[in-house]
Design a protein around this ligand. Structure first.
Ligand SMILES: CC(=O)N[C@H]1[C@@H](OP(=O)(O)OP(=O)(O)OC[C@H]2O[C@@H](n3ccc(=O)[nH]c3=O)[C@H](O)[C@@H]2O)O[C@H](CO)[C@@H](O)[C@@H]1O
Length: 408
C-alpha cells in the first residue's frame, strides 16, 4: 500500500504565525494500523516536517510487519521491547524516553490511540508535561476491569487525562458522557483502522490463499485469531479443546489460524495441535502481513476471534464473527446480528460455527456497521478535529498572553 507524505501544509493552517508540532505515539500492530491513515492526513494538513510519528517498539515483530505492509515511515523508533518485559517495565520505559524526548522536542499536542501500554504511558507523559493529549478510539468500554485486561483499565485512565476525545461511535461517546467527560470535548469520527482496510482491499494479496490445503472446492474458510492475555490462564486451553472437536465436526471446511508470537499462546496451542500432527483442515501459520490478512478476511466465510480489530473488520467485510470473550466493547455488532459472543470458554463453538456458516449477515446490517465505522474516511475527520483543536488552543494562548501583558 502506498501513500505519499506531502510537504505543503493546507490553506487551513497557512494563516498561523508558527506551525504546530504534532507528536503521534504507537507501540503495537493494531495502533500502527489505526494510526497510519491519521499520520498521512496530518502530514497533509500540518506538513510532514511538523508531524513526528514515534514508535515505542512495545511489540517488535508484529509492529515491523505492519510498518512494511502499510508502507508507513516511523520517524523515531525507541526499540523498547525486551524478551522479558513486564507490563510495569514497559510503562516505565515509555514514560522515561518520552520525557527525555519532549524536553528537547516539545510538541504542541500529543496523540495516542486505543488502550495499550504505549497509549497509556504516552498519554501520561503528555499529562505530566502539560502537553494536551488527544485520544483516538476514545470511549470503548466493557465496564469490566478484568476484561480485556489490562486494556479496559488503561482506556478508562487515558480518558481522565485527555483533552480531546475522538470516539469511534455514538455508543463510545455515550460511555464517555456517562463518566462525566464534557460532551464539547468529544467528537464521533468513525474508525481510522477501517481507512487502512479500505485501502488494503484495493490491492488484494492472495498469495497465501493460492496454496491449496485439501484441494476441496466447496470448503468454507474459517479464519481464527486468539491472543487475549486474560485467556492465557486457562480459557485458551479450553478454546483449543473446543476447537479440536469443531474441526472434526466440520472436516469439509478449512480453518486457518495465524498464531500470535506470544510464547504462552504458542505453547498452549502447540500442546493441543503439535507440529507434524494430522489436523488436515487446521492450518497454524505465522502472523500474516496486514494486506494478506485483509485479503484472507475478504475470502473468509467466518471469523473466530478475541481480537478488537477483527470485531471491526470482519463485520465491515460482511463476514460473521464468533467472539470468544465474555463481554465486548463493540456491542453494536451483536445488536446488528453481525456476530455472536460465545464466552471465553468457547462452549458450543461447533454449534456456533454451523449456525454462522448457514446464514450470512443481512446486507442492511453490514451497511449500518460500515456507516458507523466511517466508510474509510475517519482519518480525515480525526485530522479536521485536531486542526480545530490546535487553532482553538493557539487562540486561547494568545488571549492568555495578551491578558498577562495588560495586567503586568
Ligand atoms: C480487545 C481490544 O479491543 N483490544 C485493543 C487492542 O487490539 P486488538 O485486539 O485489535 O489487537 P490484534 O493484535 O488482534 O490486532 C488486530 C489487527 O491485526 C491485524 N492482523 C491480525 C492477525 C494477523 O496475522 N495479521 C494482521 O495483520 C488484523 O487485521 C487487525 O487489524 O489494541 C488496539 C490498539 O490500541 C485497540 O484498538 C483494541 O481495542
Amino acid at each position: 500500500m502506498r501513500w505519499k507524505r506531502q510537504k505543503q501544509p493546507s490553506p487551513t493552517l497557512r494563516g498561523q504565525d508558527k506551525m504546530s508540532k504534532i507528536a503521534i505515539i504507537a507501540g503495537t500492530r493494531p495502533e500502527l494500523i489505526k494510526l497510519a491513515p491519521v499520520v498521512r492526513a496530518l502530514d497533509i494538513l500540518f506538513g510532514k516536517e511538523n508531524v513526528t510519528f514515534y514508535c515505542t517498539g512495545q511489540h517488535r515483530k508484529l509492529l515491523d510487519q505492519a510498518v512494511d505492509s502499510l508502507n508507513i515511515h516511523v520517524d523515531v523508533d525507541f526499540k523498547l521491547m525486551t524478551n522479558t518485559q513486564s507490563s510495569a517495565d514497559i510503562h516505565k520505559r515509555v514514560l522515561t524516553v518520552l520525557e527525555k524526548e519532549f524536553a528537547q522536542n516539545r510538541p504542541e499536542i500529543l496523540i495516542v490511540q486505543g488502550d495499550t501500554a504505549s497509549a497509556f504511558a504516552g498519554a501520561m507523559s503528555g499529562f505530566l508535561l502539560n502537553i494536551p493529549v488527544v485520544h483516538v478510539e476514545a470511549g470503548l468500554r466493557t465496564h469490566d476491569l478484568t476484561n480485556p485486561w489490562p486494556e479496559e483499565g488503561l482506556r478508562q485512565m487515558i480518558a481522565r487525562i485527555t483533552s480531546l476525545h475522538l470516539a469511534p461511535t455514538d455508543q463510545a461517546k455515550d460511555n464517555l458522557v456517562k463518566e462525566g467527560i464534557h460532551s464539547d470535548t468529544i467528537h464521533v469520527v468513525g474508525n481510522p483502522g477501517i481507512d487502512s482496510l479500505v485501502l488494503a482491499r484495493q490491492e488484494p494479496n492472495a498469495q497465501f490463499l493460492l496454496k491449496p490445503v485439501k484441494g476441496g472446492t466447496k470448503e468454507k474458510l474459517i479464519l481464527i485469531t486468539m491472543h487475549r492475555r486474560e485467556a492465557l490462564d486457562g480459557d485458551l486451553d479450553q478454546f483449543c479443546v473446543e476447537l479440536a472437536k469443531t474441526i472434526k465436526q466440520h472436516s469439509d471446511n478449512r480453518f486457518v489460524w495465524p498464531l500470535h508470537p506470544n510464547p504462552k499462546v504458542r505453547e498452549t496451542v502447540r500442546r493441543h495441535f503439535p507440529e507434524g500432527s494430522k489436523h488436515l483442515n487446521l492450518q497454524l501459520v505465522e502472523p500474516l502481513p496486514y494486506q494478506e490478512m485483509i485479503t484472507m478476511l475478504d475470502y473468509a466465510d467466518l471469523v473466530i476471534s478475541d481480537s478488537g480489530g477483527m470485531q471491526e473488520e470482519a463485520p465491515y467485510c460482511g463476514v460473521p464473527i464468533i467472539v470468544v470473550r465474555d463481554v465486548t466493547e463493540r456491542p453494536e455488532i451483536i445488536d446488528l446480528g453481525l456476530g455472536c459472543l460465545i464466552g471465553s470458554q468457547a462452549k458450543n463453538l461447533s454449534e456456533a460455527v454451523t449456525n454462522h456458516l448457514s446464514v450470512r449477515p443481512q446486507s442492511s446490517a453490514t451497511e449500518k456497521w460500515q456507516k458507523i465505522q466511517g466508510h474509510g474516511k475517519a482519518a480525515d475527520r480525526v485530522a479536521e478535529h485536531i486542526v480545530n483543536f490546535v487553532n482553538q488552543n493557539q487562540k486561547n494562548a494568545y488571549k492568555h498572553n495578551k491578558h498577562r501583558h495588560k495586567t503586568a
